[in-house]
Design a protein around this ligand. Sequence first.
Ligand code: GLC
Ligand code: CA
Length: 557
Amino acid sequence: MIKKWWHDKVAYQIYPKSFYDSNGDGIGDIPGIISKLDYLHDLGVDIVWLSPCYKSPLADQGYDISDYYSIDPRFGTMEDMDRLIAEAKKRNMYILMDLVVNHCSDEHEWFRKACEDPEGKYGRYFYLRDKKEGELPTNWRSYFGGPVWEDLPGTDKQYLHVFHKKQPDLNWENPELREEVYKNINWWLDRGLGGFRIDAIINIKKPLSFHDYEPDRDDGLCSIFAMLQEARGIGEFLGEMRDRTFKKYDAFAVGEVFNEKPEEIPDFIGDNGYFSSMFDFNETIFGHSEKGWYDAKPITPDDYKRCCFESQAKVKEIGFLSNIIENHDEPRGVSRYIPEGDCCPESKKMLAALNFMLRGLPFIYQGQELGMENVPISSIDEVDDISARDEYRVALEAGLSPEEALQVIARSSRDNARTPMQWTGGENAGFTAGTPWLKVNPNYADINVEAELADENSVLHFYKKLIALRKDPAYKETVVYGALEPVWEEKHNLMAYYRKGDKTLLVIGNYQRQGQEIVLPAAYRKVLLNNYADIAEENGVIRMHGYQVLVLEMEES
Ligand code: GLC
Ligand code: CA
């Protein structure tokens, strides 16, 4: 594997709208991010990914872009963005933007021109079909519910949108469109960006020609995955994009990729992969159901372990996964992967260490380093997330009571991750001097940056230690490049693995409230991390405390 500049880094995702509001309008902004760069630098973060802050009607919170060359005034100005890049550089940090090019906004100029002249140049930027009364071109269901087809205003055509109707899909089969995309990427890289996180990219290749699939719900529609399954040849687009853009700049590109086949991994993230890295979503997609969120299966500690190890085994040393426990599309990792009722600083630290010490690039989502949790909701009216609102309806239609449907939403809503960052125990968690755009999680009085900085035993300090270990010259080679080897895989509620490089590290997490005994396979030399003050050990037998996690440096074998 060829070594790359970003391999030993630590990445952090910012959801700008909810990070820090500098001017009291209730919306986080770029000047707010700049004012918190020192906080991130002090934590040990090197790469910062910003969810979209381009000009947008915010129908899908910025994932609907109406101008790829400007910053939305709610988030700041282009000068602010340039200043952010420059300030980051001063601290040896890199800024990534979100590349959202499967679709644009229906308020983008291209779309407006397509409406004016569907047979012209810009009509070919989209997927348009003649409208037939009482019949849709295909029966595909969009990710956010309902059919993927919508009338093209002022015409006798319909356009395709795999997400919201305000997010028309761009036609990647058209070379002119692809040129526009590459031009935009290079324009940003020339401004000094470190690279991109690449949104929803698996959707850019559609099987031509379009046709129906077997319906999978009573609505007569089928999941969008049916058509993705059939699509072939995405590699040609992705390879071209890499060669025309990222590669020339040695930029970092991390893809939102779900459905790759094991044999395609070298193409995606090998030495000359389409991307530098891709997220490991194996845990986040576990238990999903075609029927909807209400039918999802909860994940247990043993499932979590199996998901992580499966991904590790699939990727081996071919490339680098980007490891996450949450992002802006998921509930909080601690609320999801820790059994109900057991969320506490110890269990949060255990989950942090088990995830962070995996082979790959660790991504922290804002607030994760504090142990931020899901937000309680008392009514669907409080919910902002468009996918959650649709899933609520789906759950009701499936026969759940409003209370049950609300529980489903509380568990899975994307709002869980989007509540404002908790900076202090003061009003609105110190996020804004105005009214926050989304309700602050009421637990901010205990869980916030200020309180956790002051407490040596906080989750935040534990994250700092994890990051420091990844960067420690004595252990770096092993933590970054060492092979991962599962240990005691069959042991219930225990997740353990070796990282083997020039050192041998053993990571052990007792993934339950009760104690558990393990017999060490060899003596250890040093305790590198422990979320308790002690180790209950006698003659090579360790009685692990509830949710204890250890990182041990072992004697060479
Ligand atoms: C990705 C984003 C998500 C967005 C969708 C459409 O999945 O992470 O937030 O809604 O793409 O752009
Ligand atoms: Ca603001």
